[in-house]
Design a protein around this ligand. Structure first.
Ligand code: CAA
Length: 294
């Protein structure tokens, strides 16, 4: 198979892969980490210097947590040594897999996917971690759309078992099967979705978060009681407002905008409170304030 490399086996039946993750935000860091944890060589790249230094710290912290619990097969330094953190995308030339994990804006993803396409081999897999944007739409930005697929990870990536595999119009079954195998090799438990905005996860989650915000806006209950209801009444690990803060209110708003624009259905319409928080720079945990203060 074209993506097979010589060397120690890390995927069942396959060799070590060279993986490039573009975008060193919360998701990109986690994705880079899980690929490195199973023995692959990883390039993690971003145009923001600050994102790169934060990525190193956060991967180190995560690896230490896993090591402390005995969930890491190797020393954290060994895993870290497989991750090259760099501002230069060209270092990722010759990769077997690229994972785009930049912000949820079509224009930004277009620029990044075109740059990846400029350095990728014809048989490289190019995946996007988009949470909501059409895979078929994004596939127009790569040279070989039949090598393009959605691989949607969940935060915190090293902990969450799910990967949503999204098949675009031109994604062949063989690539879906390959990515299923890759996700399993990363220790994940994948699901497969057709290419509809928000796929399975955000099609279901965003109306829940939206409704929780409306319950707050309408003065029906306090934020604490709304979250407590879902935590204690439905056994969710986090209430929907806490979860929105955790995802990032800017990311939550971007996803709702895509869903609202694509379906034209008011059940996805972003609430004013969400827009106001984002406009005032309160983006959730990452800025120390969102619905809650951290
Ligand atoms: N790396 C490694 N380990 C981590 C970690 C990380 N980044 N973050 C948390 N952990 C570990 C902790 O060490 C801890 O381990 P032990 O229980 O063995 O001590 C465990 O995870 C739980 O963490 P905490 O004790 O710190 O806190 P918690 O019990 O509140 O759990 C949580 C944190 C795992 C995030 C949990 O609250 C949770 O599952 N929340 C829901 C997360 C969720 O829904 N994520 C999906 C968001 S949607 C998305 O990402 C996609 C999208 O498109 C929007």
């Amino acid at each position: 198979m074209p993506w097979r490399r010589r060397g120690a086996l890390s995927f069942p039946g396959d060799g070590i892969l060279k993986v490039t993750v573009v975008g060193a935000g919360t998701m990109g860091r986690g994705i880079a980490q899980v690929f490195a944890q199973v023995g692959n060589e990883v390039v993690l790249t971003d145009v923001y210097e600050k994102a790169l230094s934060l990525a190193r710290d956060s991967i180190n912290t995560s690896l230490s947590k896993l090591a402390k619990k005995g969930e890491l097969k190797e020393n954290p330094d060994t895993v870290m040594s497989r991750i090259k953190i760099t501002g230069k995308l060209e270092e990722g030339a010759d990769s077997d897999i690229y994972v785009e994990a930049v912000i949820e804006k079509v224009e930004t993803k277009r620029d990044v996917l075109q740059s990846i396409s400029g350095i990728a081999k014809p048989d490289s897999i190019i995946a996007t971690n988009t949470s909501s944007i059409s895979i078929t739409q994004l596939s127009a930005f790569v040279k070989f759309p039949e090598r393009f697929i959605g691989l949607h990870f969940f935060n915190p990536v090293p902990v969450m078992k799910l990967v949503e595999i999204v098949r675009g119009e031109r994604t062949p079954d063989s690539l879906v099967r390959k990515c299923f195998e890759i996700a399993k090799a990363l220790g994940k438990d994948p699901v497969i979705s057709q290419d509809f905005p928000g796929f399975i996860s955000n099609r279901v989650l965003m109306p829940l978060i939206r409704e929780a915000i409306l319950v707050l806006e309408e003065g029906i209950a306090t934020k604490n009681d709304i979250d407590k209801t879902l935590r204690l009444g439905m056994n969710h690990p986090m209430g929907p407002l806490e979860l929105a803060d955790f995802i990032g209110l800017d990311v939550t708003l971007d996803i709702m905008e895509v869903l609202y624009h694509e379906y034209g259905d008011p059940r996805f319409k972003p609430p004013i409170t969400l827009r106001n928080l984002v406009n005032s720079g309160k983006l959730g945990r990452k800025t120390s304030e969102g619905f809650y203060k951290y």
